[in-house]
Write a protein that binds this ligand. Structure first.
Ligand code: FMN
Ligand code: EPS
Length: 363
């Protein structure tokens, strides 16, 4: 196992390099009888796709997905779903100059030492191009969850130094940033335009929210839902931090403030982020991701080559000046995959559990 699979009952395995022939995924554990077609996956793939605004990499991929197996007469069969996206716009010559160099903050140095042989074209397997397949698999998970009343959505909550308050879900899909505050978009655009002129990159934060999650998903000890969510979200390229609910702000809170008090009408706050004891509480699950700035920039930086000589690296080519701009659909996908896996596990073990205590209304 080369660490390319995720999940226990609903599992996702991916293959393919950024400049190889194609990317693919094998999705196992999807319940049978789910109506599924390529269009169900394409919407989220289009949201993630490179080259769709001037603020992202200019690599132009249509990311048209094909369902190769696991669907018959428009419905999932319960067997492995095979997915394929062809690469069509590789420009491997961009990487010829840095083939024997290590870009600081990319995976070149670690892949070189781990494997002794690496596909330098586009970073090979280390490229975030791989996340297209997670988004395709995540769209399947979203569809199954939606039938259970569970909805996973995300938005950009910070771009570099610019903090973004949540205003409206409707705004999120109406700009290139997944920004929930339409009034902030011109500031984000101006910041990105200056950043490109500066030949630099910047980090970002993404917030992902799952609503309608029933109480009970998760496991009490090792596979705690928060631990598995952190695993899933941290496995996205360039993610350097995850918060659930209050996250690191909990450090400065007092117990009397942090605890989410309960009334028969529901919880009065959600500092827990919808998870208590590793198990969903029925409140919205809220996670925040910190993404680092892109490593591939044209500002010269010090590094070494494969022979250990000091060099100056300048990475030309087509790169995202802020990788967080395209990360929202990826984060949604990883949350949806994790939740569906736990939803199936919970159903398998606890479908017959009867509790006479009423459940708190969701708010
Ligand atoms: C959506 C997305 C797009 C990315 N685009 C680029 C890019 O254009 N250039 C680049 O150098 N890194 C890009 N990255 C980040 C690299 O893939 C990542 O930094 C690299 O794999 C090293 O892994 P690490 O940052 O997780 O340690 C992107 C990441 C994401 C999530
Ligand atoms: C291709 C995608 O993003 C790529 C992610 C990436 C990286 O290093 O992660 C580097 C760039 O690759 P290339 O130099 O081949 O264009 C991005 O364009 C994609 O997301 O589909």
């Amino acid at each position: 196992m080369s660490g390319n699979a995720f999940g226990k009952l609903f599992t996702v395995t991916t293959f393919g390099e950024s400049h190889g022939i194609a990317l693919g995924a094998i999705v196992d554990g999807c319940p049978p009888g789910v109506e599924l077609c390529e269009a169900d996956l394409q919407h989220d793939l289009d949201r993630r796709r490179p080259g769709s605004s001037r603020h992202t990499t200019q690599r132009k991929e249509s990311d048209q997905v094909r369902i190769l197996s696991g669907v018959f007469e428009g419905k999932t069969t319960g067997t492995s779903i095979g997915l394929l996206i062809e690469n069509t716009d590789q420009r491997s010559k961009d990487y010829a100059k840095i083939k024997d160099q290590f870009r600081p903050a990319h995976a070149d140095y670690t892949y070189h030492h781990k494997y002794g042989h690496r596909d330098y074209r586009g970073g090979g397997r280390s490229s975030a191009r791989e996340t297209a397949m997670r988004v395709a698999a995540g769209a399947i998970a979203k569809k199954v969850l939606a039938a259970q009343g569970i909805r996973v959505r995300g938005y950009m909550s910070q771009l570099g130094p610019i903090e973004i308050d949540f205003k409206a879900w409707e705004s999120v899909e109406q700009n290139a940033f997944f920004c929930p505050d339409a009034a902030k978009v011109p500031e984000l655009e101006a910041y990105m335009d200056q950043l490109r002129r500066d030949q630099d990159s910047v980090g970002a934060a993404i917030t992902v929210v799952a609503e309608g999650v029933p109480v009970g998903l998760g496991e009490p000890v090792f596979d705690r839902l928060d631990a598995e969510l952190a695993h899933a979200l941290m496995s996205i390229n360039a993610v350097k931090g995850i918060e659930i609910g209050a996250g690191f702000a909990a450090v400065a809170q007092r117990g009397s403030e942090h605890r989410d008090e309960m009334t028969p009408e529901g919880f009065l706050s959600n500092h827990a982020g919808g998870i208590l004891g590793g198990i969903s509480s029925g409140q919205p699950i809220v996670a925040r991701l910190a993404l680092k700035p892109t490593s591939s920039i044209t500002t010269p930086g010090r590094s070494i080559d494969v022979d250990g000589n000091p060099i100056e690296v300048v990475t030309k080519g087509r790169h995202d000046p802020c990788v967080g701009i395209r990360a929202t659909p990826i984060a949604e996908a990883m949350m949806a995959i994790t939740l569906l896996d736990h939803w199936l596990r919970h159903r398998a073990q606890n479908a017959d559990v009867q509790v006479s205590t009423p459940r708190l209304p969701q708010r």
